[in-house]
Design a protein around this ligand. Structure first.
Ligand code: PLP
Length: 282
């Protein structure tokens, strides 16, 4: 298929197996399964340059492939890799962009490249968080709940962010039926206490295994009531685009801040080590 080349660096769209198309062209058939949230996706940070670099592309493709397997839809890893590279090739050095890869159960694969949203950049400076109950959304062994899949069904996650905003916060922290921390609508929770990194238990609780969290290195899975965050050394919400966003307060209660740890973590999270911060924290 001969498709016109879009020359502006951002935004750009490409279709798996079809190449780049104009940003605003319709790409999904009206009955595509993805329009019902039946699919999975990945969001990656891109650092511009020659060549441009999609951060942890291999890890994202690994999770994407596992999602496709759970959704029982074929996965063309080499095709996605080529699509990601072709779409990011003209991000200029020093610039960042957001790459999204979406695969629907109908087999439609779409990649988009856009500027990193301003709200995401603002969140890198810190987020005030409210807790929101998510009830019990995962049962161990209940494969059909797709707990480990980054599904396209983000309506609940978006609604939680709107609710957080209504309550005057920047982000949400989901808690389970027993009041224990789970994750944010788009991020994993990490905190530092007693000289160790901690995160809430992942398996069987509907918590996504984050690629950013994995990059931080060894961490313990610890059950936590969010009110306890007032007594830790620091807490962060980790995700690919925002990196390590320091949690400033939970339900209005301040959380201790550690700018040095934040700088170190952010270097890892964004794959952009800050000068002089390569050593792991004590
Ligand atoms: N948890 C949820 C629900 C998410 O949507 C995301 C990312 O979008 C994460 C955690 C963090 O994942 P990652 O670090 O791979 O971006």
């Amino acid at each position: 298929m001969d498709t016109p080349r879009v020359t502006t660096p951002c935004p750009r769209t490409a279709v798996l197996g079809g190449g780049e198309v104009p940003w605003d062209s319709p790409v999904a058939p009206a009955d595509d399964a993805g329009l019902r949230g039946d699919g999975c996706f990945e969001t990656l940070l891109v650092h511009g340059g020659e060549p441009a670099r999609a951060v942890r592309l291999a890890e994202h493709l690994d999770r994407f492939a596992r999602g496709a397997q759970e959704l029982e839809v074929p996965f063309d890893r080499a095709g996605w890799e080529a699509l990601a590279r072709s779409l990011t090739d003209d991000v200029p050095a020093g610039a960042e962009a957001a790459l999204r890869l979406s695969l629907s159960r109908s087999g439609l694969g779409i990649a988009t490249l856009r500027p990193v949203p301003a709200a995401v950049l603002a969140g890198r400076g810190g987020v005030r968080v409210v807790t929101l109950p998510r009830g019990t959304v995962a049962v161990p062994g209940a494969r059909w709940l797709l707990a480990a899949v980054k599904t396209s069904s983000y309506a609940v996650n978006s609604a939680a962010l709107r609710e957080a905003a209504r309550r005057g916060a920047d982000d949400a922290l989901f808690v389970d039926a027993g009041g224990l921390a789970l994750e944010g609508p788009t991020a994993n929770l990490l905190w530092r206490a007693d000289g160790e990194w901690h995160t809430p238990p992942v398996a069987g609780r509907g918590v996504l295994a984050g690629t950013t969290l994995a990059a931080v290195g060894p961490h313990r899975e610890t059950a936590l009531r969010p009110s306890r965050l007032a007594g830790v050394d620091g807490a962060w919400l980790l995700s690919s685009l925002r990196g390590a966003a320091p949690v400033l307060a939970v339900d209005g209660v301040p959380v201790p801040r550690d700018p040095e740890l934040t700088r170190w973590l952010q270097g890892i999270a964004l794959d952009r080590p800050a000068p002089g911060t390569s050593a792991a924290p004590r």
